[in-house]
Design a protein around this ligand. Structure first.
Ligand code: PMP
Length: 397
């Protein structure tokens, strides 16, 4: 059976219209298909390949680790150099209160762990999320995801979850002495690339302090220089109690983590023992890849690169039918006048060899998240193609 038939007949599908790109290779900003076509990955598959595909430092680290050992024991029992080295490097970049890393395999698992940790530490079970927030598709993460259309088919989810308006000062007193945690993305990704207001975020932090509530930042999409700083919270000058990471973390290998203080993590060591076991969390090959990724990110001025991507994008996307370009750094969204236009632009750019995408909760927003390594010329030519495509179709409407 050829791979295409096997995909459609035997791989479980997540939609009735998958993009169906038949991947042969991926290198740098490009994905090459089996029929030899090259596409620019302008969404970094989504916000993962910030260093591009197969970054040489990541590939080398993976190869070296594969030659030493693969999985040896469930997470947390054995001392494994790639994991320890990475935890050390990562925490050296964080405030003192974020000095412990719990490794998992994905974003949603990081959020699951963070929610459990907050409940265990505070002894409370009320949780607060935000409308249009997105935290993943397992039951706990889905319970704090703020869009009914994704939640309703799976009810009942976790009880005692409350949703507040993002960027609104009203109802902050819902955060009270019964609340274990507030979970949020500093810039809502799937909700339509909506940055938090700095003052508002500080008020949320203040309210959490007043009530002994833990503040969880889901930086799964915003992390690792995507928004111009290593983590988005550094620009907001608000330090979370728990920081959740994944996606770009390991340069294309699967990995997630939640980071907190030694004090908070103590509550994960007893009653029951092994509170949050994961077999593959912090897999040595992923840890080696994550270490190489972070080293490269720290050495390479990627904050400037993300800011340049934002500047050039804002300068170039000027077509009349673009109602807004929003976001920060290389986590941007282009809002168009209507759904049909958005669909045509995404489809036509794909035919022209540029992969764009939607965000989960919005159908008039085109996601723009190119690899941070993208060269100026390629960036500009893609953006010009996108802009001209918008112009072309909007003049037909
Ligand atoms: N949180 C955020 C903010 C995300 O963008 C995503 C993935 N889109 C997740 C959580 C879930 O991550 P994963 O798909 O690795 O479970």
């Amino acid at each position: 059976m050829d791979q295409k038939s096997a995909f459609y007949q035997h791989v479980a599908q997540t939609s009735d219209a998958p993009m169906g790109l038949e991947v042969e290779r991926a290198e740098g900003c490009y994905i090459t298909t089996t029929d030899g076509r090259q596409y620019v990955d302008f969404i970094s598959g989504i916000a993962v390949s910030s260093l591009g595909h197969r970054h040489p430092a990541v590939v080398q680290a993976v190869k070296q680790q594969v030659d030493r050992h693969l999985h040896v024991m469930v997470y947390g029992e054995y001392i494994q150099k790639p994991q320890s080295d990475y935890a050390h490097l990562l925490t050296s970049q964080l405030p003192d209160s974020l000095d412990r890393v719990y490794f998992v395999n994905s974003g949603t698992e990081a959020n699951e762990g963070a929610l459990k940790l907050a409940k265990k530490y505070t002894g409370r079970h009320k949780l607060i999320g935000f409308h249009h927030g997105y935290h993943g598709d397992t039951h706990g993460s889905l319970s704090v995801t703020g869009r009914d259309v994704y939640r309703d088919p799976y009810l009942p989810l976790l009880p005692n979850v409350h949703f507040l308006e993002f960027n609104s000062h009203t109802n902050l007193d819902t955060i009270d002495e019964d609340t274990a945690a507030v979970i949020m993305e500093p810039i809502q990704g799937e909700g339509g690339i909506i940055p938090a207001d700095k003052k508002w975020l500080k008020s949320v932090r203040r309210r959490c302090n007043e009530t002994g509530t833990l503040l969880i930042f889901d930086e799964i999409q915003t992390g690792f220089y995507r928004t111009g700083s290593l983590f988005s919270f550094q620009q907001y000058e608000v330090v979370p109690d728990i920081l959740c990471l994944a996606k770009a973390m390991a340069g294309g290998m699967p990995m997630g983590a939640f980071v907190s203080s030694s004090d908070i993590f103590k509550s994960f060591m007893y009653n029951p023992p092994l509170n949050h076991v994961t077999t593959f969390g912090g897999h040595p090959v992923s840890s080696a890849a994550a270490h190489a990724t972070l080293r490269e990110l720290l050495d390479g001025n990627y904050g400037d690169k993300a800011r340049q991507i934002e500047r050039i994008t804002r300068e170039t996307l000027t077509a009349n039918a673009i109602t807004e370009v929003r976001g920060q750094g290389a986590m941007l969204g282009m809002e168009l006048q209507d759904r049909d236009l958005t669909k045509k632009v995404v489809e036509t750019c794909f035919e022209k060899g540029i992969i764009l995408g939607w965000t989960l909760h919005s159908d008039t927003l085109v996601r723009l998240a190119p690899p941070l390594i993208i060269e100026h010329e390629l960036l500009l030519s893609c953006l010009q193609t996108i802009n001209n495509t918008v112009d072309h179709f909007s003049s037909q409407i």
